[in-house]
Structure formats: structure tokens, C-alpha cells
Design a binder for this molecule. Structure first.
Ligand SMILES: [Zn+2]
Ligand SMILES: [Zn+2]
Length: 145
């Protein structure tokens, strides 16, 4: 998806939510898609502030909700009560290994797991919309400490 198309899609999402198309909201979209990391709202807030974009924390939180709702972003719950977000724009599906020591998130895609999930759904005549698969443990760096 090119940048103009992306902006257009986001503009129509804002319209559906009866929200104004402010430069701040578009800056949040751009910040989201500029990185493939898994970041907290606070990280995105500070990234924007560092670029001299004045935006409130509340606007970041609310806009991230919209970005998740309209499939621009994925929200990750890694069990510490703080939501992380990653861009879904131009990013293919993957699952996560999460280090309980340092919070590092490692991405993986396993064809066998993907097809097993599909066959489970088939067994139950269940249409899969999405899935999350998270493995919690200790990463190599933390193991060697
Ligand atoms: Zn670790
Ligand atoms: Zn990810």
C-alpha cells in the first residue's frame, strides 16, 4: 500500500468514527508504520515529541485504539498490563516469543503451527478471523547472564 492510499484509508476510518482529520492523528499513523518494533503508547508519544510534534498522550491512546480497530495496528498483551503496538501495514502475519526477564519480543512464523491451527478450525467448522500465539520464556541473552 502506498503512502497516499494509507492516508486515505485512515481518513475514512476517522470519518467513520466521527473524528477530525488532524495532523497529529496522521503523524501517529506515520510514526506507527515507520517502525517494525513493538512499542508502548508512551514510546510513540515520546517519538513524536522528539520530532517536535505536539500531541497529547490522550490523543495517542485514542488514536492507537482506532488504528487497532481498523487493522492498521496490532495490540499485544504480554501479561504485564502494558499494551504494546506493532504496525500491520505491509507486515506479514507472525507470532511472538516473549522474554519474561528483559521483555524482548522475538517474531517467528511456523508453517506447521499455522496449518495445524487451520485444521483445528476445520474440525470445528470454525472460521478463523485471527489468532495470537505467544510463547513466554527466557531469551538467549538473559540465559547467559
Ligand atoms: Zn531476555
Ligand atoms: Zn510482531
Amino acid at each position: 500500500m502506498d503512502k497516499e492510499q494509507l492516508k486515505e484509508n485512515f481518513a475514512s476510518a476517522l470519518k467513520q468514527e466521527n473524528l477530525k482529520r488532524t495532523p497529529q492523528r496522521f503523524a501517529i499513523l506515520e510514526e506507527l508504520v515507520s517502525s517494525d518494533e513493538h512499542r508502548e503508547c508512551t514510546d510513540i508519544y515520546f517519538a513524536l515529541r522528539n520530532q517536535g510534534i505536539s500531541v497529547s498522550r490522550a490523543t495517542v491512546y485514542r488514536t492507537m485504539d482506532i488504528l487497532v480497530k481498523y487493522d492498521f495496528a496490532r495490540r499485544l498483551d504480554i501479561g504485564d498490563g502494558i499494551a504494546r503496538y506493532e504496525s500491520k501495514v505491509g507486515i506479514s502475519h507472525h507470532d511472538h516469543l516473549i522474554c519474561l526477564e528483559c521483555g524482548k519480543i522475538i517474531e517467528f512464523l511456523n508453517r506447521d503451527i499455522e496449518s495445524l491451527q487451520q485444521s483445528i478450525c476445520n474440525d470445528f467448522d470454525f472460521d478463523m478471523i485471527r489468532h495470537t500465539h505467544q510463547i513466554f520464556g527466557v531469551c538467549p541473552d538473559c540465559k547467559s547472564k
